[in-house]
Ligand binder design. Structure first.
Ligand SMILES: [Ca+2]
Ligand SMILES: [Ca+2]
Length: 230
């Protein structure tokens, strides 16, 4: 890590106040984590890929899957179809996370994402689960900032069997989410997202101990939540 990145992380620490129940360091680590995740755009449509693990507390390098967290398809619980993505974090290690990464959206503009939504079982723990949306503002393909879109930021819609849906209107997303949940990596005091920024990574993740099943992840009216991308 270069010194510039350290300054960025410090800046985020100083300004991070929204996710009261979410360890600040965990957010930072996920930020680093998802930045490091190679996610290729799908040939068409969107799909989910499970990614979980923890990160070295000194180097922030990914240690991959571990006993601290898991993200995997399960056919035991589903809102649509036969599967959902099971996200689980089993220890208080604040460096552990579990994510359902949305494949097929990288390179699209934030405006073209339309409304974003995900459905989940279990508790909404502060900002977990949430969307982490990384965006690029200068067309170099590298993220320049992040928007956190937490289950606690919107009014949840209750569905059958304990499922709830969190929906984020595009107008809220391009405005940087609910106050204080958007950061520019070079200037954490500002929010630089806009409808013309492009997506470098989008995921639904948890970083609070417990588990949630995720299904019906929706981008611009298209939902996914099955292993084949349907
Ligand atoms: Ca960039
Ligand atoms: Ca499903």
């Amino acid at each position: 890590m270069n010194s510039g990145f350290r300054e960025t992380r410090k800046g985020v620490v100083m300004t991070k106040t929204l996710f009261g129940k979410v360890p600040v360091v965990a957010l930072l680590v996920i930020l680093v984590a998802v930045l490091a995740m190679p996610v290729s755009a799908g040939a068409g449509g969107i799909s989910l890929k499970g990614q979980a693990g923890r990160f070295d507390t000194t180097t922030f390098q990914s240690l991959g899957n571990s006993t601290d967290a898991q993200a995997s398809w399960t056919n035991k619980v589903a809102l649509d179809g036969n599967f959902s993505m099971f996200l689980e974090k089993t220890t208080n290690d604040q460096f552990a996370f579990a994510a359902a990464v949305v494949d097929g959206v990288n390179g699209q503009t934030v405006g073209s994402l339309g409304d974003l939504a995900f459905s989940f079982t279990g508790a909404c723990n502060g900002g977990s689960p949430r969307f982490n949306l990384f965006f690029d503002t200068n067309a170099d393909g590298q993220a320049d900032g992040i928007v956190f879109l937490g289950c606690n930021n919107v009014t949840l819609t209750s569905l059958a069997m304990g499922w709830q849906t969190a929906t984020f209107p595009n107008s809220l997303i391009v405005a940087g989410g609910v106050g204080g949940s958007c950061y520019d990596f070079n200037n954490p005091a500002t929010c630089s997202v806009s409808s013309s920024a492009t997506v470098t990574s989008l995921s639904v993740l948890i970083d609070i101990v417990g588990s949630n099943n995720i299904d019906r992840v929706t981008v611009a009216g298209v939902a996914t939540g099955e292993p084949n991308g349907s």
